[in-house]
Design a protein around this ligand. Structure first.
Ligand code: NAD
Length: 349
């Protein structure tokens, strides 16, 4: 197949080089080269066989390049994106798209003015665990879902790079929170009525090392989003409760289960001795009243993101990651910081 699309990568650190690896395997795309301010990363790119641009300006002036892919620290996305759009390039930008919603609005306006595609790399919409939970949700397998929890936890603190520093857009809300909130709002397509967030600063950084966020939806559903970097024992990545079932995914290895009710005609439980007391409310179910299944598996391929982007630049199809969705996530993040600052529930939408 002939190469249709020429991309230059700006920022060739961890994620930029990952893009380089994936894009090099897509026949519709040619990577023209990279630009990074660090000599060590330039040399790394040369060693991997990439052309290294001497400046960002050189990319903007290269008329063979039709797309700029931005994988620099978060604070620089806005300026790099706007310059690329004004130079007539399409843009793929890493998450978090910007530091706030106003910056994103500026980019969207510029993309509209110059009639170019701007898309944010919300790649974790292609994670298998998320897609499984979304399928259970969409198909009503658990009955009416009334609560769900999505989290990631680790115990290594914030990585020792720019993610530590506020000026670069560090902190875990902008790093991981943006993924979890993005996916949640794609799954639960409802108006948000209010939210409450508590940021975590237990590790003594200037930026949040995690957070706990509760989102209340119009129907009464609640979602709990949690990111932690000081969790030596981790809680399940997903926990979803419906009126006739519960699903859990414990970890990255997709351990978990789905339990659904077979029949409501379970006889009233016999009280059990539990702890220092007696309970029938919390007595376990008779096993034959429920179906117990492992987590279903799901084929997923993040390359769909890039193919969709190319299709859209050619006027085919609809963009999968929509800017208005990303903008809403940025507004939820702003409301979450406000809730933490005020120590109160914040109304939304
Ligand atoms: P990194 O520090 O590993 O790499 C950033 C690179 O950008 C560095 O090599 C740095 O020298 C370079 N750089 C900084 N300013 C620049 C500029 N003005 N012009 C050119 N190069 C510049 O960071 P990273 O982990 O690769 O993160 C980069 C971006 O990718 C961030 O926005 C981050 O949130 C995002 N990211 C996304 C995912 C994902 O799964 N979508 C995963 C990791 C990181």
């Amino acid at each position: 197949m002939s190469v249709e699309h020429v991309i230059a990568i700006v920022g060739f650190g961890g994620m930029g080089s990952q893009h380089g690896k994936i894009l090099s395997g897509i026949s519709r795309i040619k990577v023209a080269g990279i630009y990074d301010i660090l000599e060590t990363r330039q040399q790394f790119a040369i060693d991997k066989g990439f052309y290294v641009y001497k400046s960002y300006e050189e990319i903007l002036q290269d008329s063979t390049v039709n797309t700029v892919l931005i994988a620099t620290p978060n604070d620089s996305h806005r300026d790099i994106a706007i310059a690329a759009l004004k130079a007539g390039k399409h843009v793929i930008c890493e998450k978090p798209v910007t530091l706030n919603s106003r910056q994103l609005e500026e980019i969207i306006e510029t993309a509209e003015t110059y009639n170019k595609v701007f898309v944010v790399h919300q790649n974790r919409r292609w994670d298998e665990d998320y897609l499984v939970m979304k399928k259970l949700y969409d198909e009503g397998i658990l009955g009416d879902v009334f609560h769900l929890e999505t989290r990631v936890q680790g115990s290594r603190g914030i990585p020792g790079d720019w993610r530590h520093q506020k000026e670069f857009g560090g902190g875990m809300m902008l790093d991981w929170g943006v993924h979890l909130i993005d996916r949640l709002l794609i799954m639960i397509k409802e108006k948000i009525t209010s939210l409450q967030c508590k940021m975590s600063y237990v590790l003594g950084n200037d930026v949040d090392d995690g957070f706990r966020l509760t989102i209340n939806f119009e129907s009464g559903k609640t979602a709990f989003v949690e990111v932690g970097t000081c969790n030596y024992i981790t809680l399940p990545k997903w926990y979803m409760c419906g009126t006739t079932g519960t699903a859990i995914i414990e970890d990255w290895e997709m351990n978990g289960q789905v339990i659904t009710l077979k029949t409501f005609n379970d006889k009233d439980a016999t009280p059990i001795e539990a702890g220092a007391g007696l309970t029938k409310t919390m007595a376990p179910r008779e096993l034959d009243t429920v179906n117990t299944n492992p987590i279903p598996r799901f084929d997923t391929d993040v390359r769909e993101f890039y193919h969709n982007f190319i299709d859209v630049t050619e006027g085919k199809g609809e963009i999968l990651v929509k800017n208005e969705e990303v903008l809403r996530v940025m507004k939820v993040i702003e409301a979450a910081f406000l809730s933490d600052e005020l120590n109160q529930v914040v109304l939304f939408d």
